[in-house]
Design a protein around this ligand. Structure first.
Ligand code: G3I
Length: 464
């Protein structure tokens, strides 16, 4: 496994047992179980509506079965945790921490020093540097101290860099009152309170290149300086609120640019985390099936960074369902992996299949892929499918491919979906007779998902 994770054994047990299948299929693999297999964290925020009980029950069921890292949409921010001076409010944050503990999830804390969602009383001290330093230090000591040992990582500083040119953001009470030193101070104070927590600088537009003129280029110079000066920073959070490039030709971000940042950070021994991913379309446009499939491909390309770069470990999405998303305020829509009815979108499939098919590079041995493929395509002698998760057991389903026909035994009626190895859907149909012609699917290796009611299994098949 390329990454070290501390994952509670309880977590997986809860996930699988909680599903409770009553038919012949083994429990479905989830993003979560696959993330754990791959040694990474895959997560989504808990939307603000969850805290007030305003979401349907299947929201939470999906959340805890699919994700292993969680962050609060608003509830650990400054205005939520210290709404009036010196009076701290931890109720909602505690609720999330308890939920995470019960479900074996990692907790991200978001965010300590940010220009936004700062309560009015802080702004009263805008011209008093010493007082503002005390305010920020006291806030960090209390909040980080309260969740010490429970919040595994903090966004210590959020969005401190200007959006338009590479310089510090001047419209910030912390920058205006203290100067850029507020950043160094915030890291040092947080580390002093909880030396075991991972501390991140978090920002958006970091997927837009690392040239000195780009935000990430400016940030890299600061990270170098922080590291050189012994400032306790361990990670950069890339929010990654991106737009589908086909519906917005001007959007300049790309997974390649973010990967370049990850590689530069690796040289400094700093991690990269994707912390707030969404991939929206322009509001008002009609989003077609192929748009959603392209969106899935982009979700997968960002996931590749986390799977493939040794210093990347987190893939966190800023929302669960398109129905509860902040994106409308940004003139974007449909940027998440579940639709308005909490049904998985092609992006979900794309992520799931990528997690299923990813094979980490071996350190010492070279994988003999030729051999593997040969056994997959030997349809005459044996079952031509390779199970890639545990489906064995009495009464389990068996599959077999001959030419373009998929044979399924052990199930009466099943929905069949075929994906290419990039997670793009290439076929879908219903199998009611035990055999299904995979029309239009060309030769090659694919993942097939067979669903019966709420259960499913996924296997690799070869068509020749
Ligand atoms: O708290 C009030 C509540 O009292 C009132 O009834 C309600 C009525 O609209 O508004 C509530 O405040 C809202 C708050 O969310 C909590 O729901 C604010 O109006 C609203 O502006 C705020 O939006 C949040 C936004 O941050 C604020 O900057 C979004 O939910 C949240 O998704 C978004 O998250 C940020 C990350 O923290 C940082 N990166 C960008 C990301 C998206 O903007």
């Amino acid at each position: 496994m390329k990454k070290r994770l501390t994952i509670s054994g309880l977590a997986l047990g809860v996930t699988l047992l909680g599903v409770g299948f009553s038919n012949t299929f083994a429990a479905d693999e989830t993003l979560r179980s696959l993330a754990e297999k791959n040694g990474i964290y895959v997560g989504a925020i808990l939307n603000s509506q969850w805290f007030s009980g305003g979401l349907p029950g299947n929201y939470e069921q999906i959340h805890k079965s699919q994700f292993n890292v969680v962050v609060a949409e608003n509830e650990m921010k400054f205005d939520a945790t210290e709404p009036s001076e010196g009076r701290f409010s931890y109720g909602n944050g505690d609720k999330m921490v308890k939920y995470a503990q019960q479900n074996g999830m990692r907790v991200r804390g978001h965010a300590l020093a940010w220009h936004s969602q700062v309560p009015g009383w802080v702004n009263n001290y805008r011209n008093d540097k010493q007082k503002l330093l005390k305010v920020l230090k006291n806030h960090i000591q209390n909040v980080v101290g309260h969740w010490k040992g429970k919040v595994a990582e903090w966004d210590v500083v959020n969005e401190a860099i200007s959006n338009n040119e590479p310089m510090w953001r001047s419209q910030s009470v912390w920058y205006q009152g203290i100067g850029p030193d507020f950043i160094d101070s915030a890291f040092v104070w947080t580390h002093a309170v909880d030396p075991d927590a991972e501390l991140c600088y978090n920002d958006y537009n970091l997927e837009q290149g690392i040239s000195p003129k780009a935000k990430a280029g400016f940030l890299l110079e600061q990270v170098k300086r922080w590291v050189k000066n012994g400032i306790p920073i361990h990670c950069v959070g890339s929010q990654t609120h991106v737009e589908d490039t086909t519906t917005d030709k001007h959007f300049i971000g790309s997974p390649d640019s973010l990967r370049a940042l990850a590689k530069e950070l690796a040289k400094l021994n700093i991690k990269l985390k994707i912390t707030e991913l969404d991939i929206g379309f322009k509001s008002g446009i009609n989003v077609s099936k192929s748009d959603l499939e392209r969106q899935g491909k982009t979700f997968r390309e960002y996931l590749d960074i986390v799977l493939e770069e040794p210093n990347a470990d987190t893939y966190l999405i800023w929302g669960v369902s398109d129905k509860w998303s902040w994106l409308g305020g940004l003139n974007r829509q449909k940027g998440l992996i579940y639709d308005d009815n909490l049904k998985p979108k092609p992006a979900f499939d794309s992520i799931l299949v990528r997690l299923q098919t990813f094979e980490p590079p071996k350190d010492t041995t070279v994988t003999d892929t030729t051999k593997q493929d040969t056994s997959v395509t030997d349809t005459t002698k044996q079952d031509s499918t390779i199970a890639i998760h545990q489906t064995a057991g009495p009464g389990s389903v068996t599959t077999h491919v001959a030419g373009h026909t998929l044979f399924i035994a052990g199930v009466k009626s099943a929905k069949v979906e075929v994906f290419d190895m990039q997670g793009r859907p290439v076929f879908s149909g219903k199998c009611e007779t035990g055999a299904l012609e995979l029309k239009g699917v060309s030769e090659g290796v694919y993942m097939v998902r067979i669903r019966e009611q709420s259960a499913s299994l996924v296997r690799k098949i070869a068509i020749k």
